[in-house]
Design a protein around this ligand. Structure first.
Ligand code: PRT
Ligand code: ZN
Length: 287
């Protein structure tokens, strides 16, 4: 029996945990992720899941303790490990930004010259400052970065932002975006062929699950005189399915549409006389 398994590291508890677990579940991987578990073996896929702190994942992957892992791009870029990014995952979106107190009078990046910036991301910030010809002092702290200006520790901060409410409640204003981040799947270098096969299988399922998230299945009835225009509006994967209805002069059209286009397209379809429009979620989409 071939008992080769791919070892994947996920964040144990934090902002990426739930989405990482859900992604594997959407890929049809069944496993137990009970509270406090450190590792778990999938029941129906050759995968072993480790639950770790996010900051530790790049090193574990580099050292081949895990074969692949899911982390924020921000951690990956800061750590500079010898690992490969194999897929972007579309969750955990945030940006690493520079923010200054509202009273700062910030006009351009040159205003940071000679200033002190507090951050947990000294490498990414340092590279950004060099690229922009700014000579500022970086003060590395590990947490609660947003309070640094208020307690006189720094003139500005560089931290992760998603809604912006942390900056707002600390009287800070976002002035520069240093990095756009999202969760990524990383893999160790030189994966052996047996594990590469398992990774390819997993990647195939991840891509199908991600494509499904971005698309909707649409069904509608339309008068035949507008069929040609409607077919142009709904190109689908290859082309839409068109079937005659029992009512003469009408057809049923089935297609796939980008989630972002749904409402605008539905409005046009209504103008073309479409009726009984159904928009459904897709579980997996294999092109
Ligand atoms: O315990 P462990 O080390 O595993 O977790 P952690 O506490 O270091 O990380 P965690 O769970 O906070 O974040 C994990 C990853 O989620 C990060 O590395 C990012 O890739 C991603 N992510 C997405 C975020 C945010 N959004 C985010 N908003 N990580 C942190 N924040 C923090 C930010 O640091 C700031 O304190 O949220 C605050 C800002 O949020 P807003 O909504 O007020 O702007
Ligand atoms: Zn962490």
């Amino acid at each position: 029996m071939n008992n080769c398994q791919l070892k994947i590291a996920l964040q144990k508890s934090g902002r990426l945990s739930e989405s990482s677990i859900n992604l594997l579940k959407k890929c049809g991987v069944k496993f137990d992720n009970g509270f406090g578990k450190l590792k778990s073996a999938a029941r129906n896929f050759p995968l072993e899941i480790f639950f770790l702190r996010d900051d530790d994942i790049p090193q574990y992957v580099e050292d081949a303790v895990a074969d692949v892992g899911i982390i924020g791009r921000n951690i990956l870029d800061e750590e500079n490990r010898r690992v490969e990014t194999v897929e972007t995952l579309g969750f955990g979106n945030c940006r690493l930004s520079i923010a200054v107190p509202k009273s700062f009078g910030y006009e351009s990046i040159k205003d940071l010259d000679g200033r002190k910036i507090a951050t947990s991301y000294p490498k990414i910030l340092g590279d950004f400052l060099v690229r922009n010809g700014v000579d500022a002092e970086i003060h590395t702290i590990s947490g609660s970065v947003e309070i640094a200006p208020g307690i006189g520790l720094a003139d500005a901060i560089c931290d992760l932002v998603s809604s912006g409410s942390t900056l707002f409640s600390n009287g800070l204003r976002e002035v520069e975006t240093v990095l756009e981040s999202e969760a990524v799947l990383i893999a160790r270098e030189n994966l052996d062929p047996a594990r590469q096969v398992i990774l390819n299988k997993l990647l195939f399922r991840i891509k199908a699950a991600r494509a499904a998230e971005c698309n909707k299945y649409i069904l509608l009835n339309a008068p035949d005189e507008h069929l040609a225009e409607i077919i142009r509006l709904l190109p689908g994967i290859k082309s839409p399915t068109v079937m005659p209805l029992a009512t003469k002069g009408w057809s049923s059209i089935h297609s796939v549409i980008a989630e972002t286009d749904v409402w605008e397209t539905v409005e046009i379809l209504k103008d073309k006389g479409a009726e009984g429009i159904l928009v459904l979620s897709i579980d997996q989409m294999i092109g």
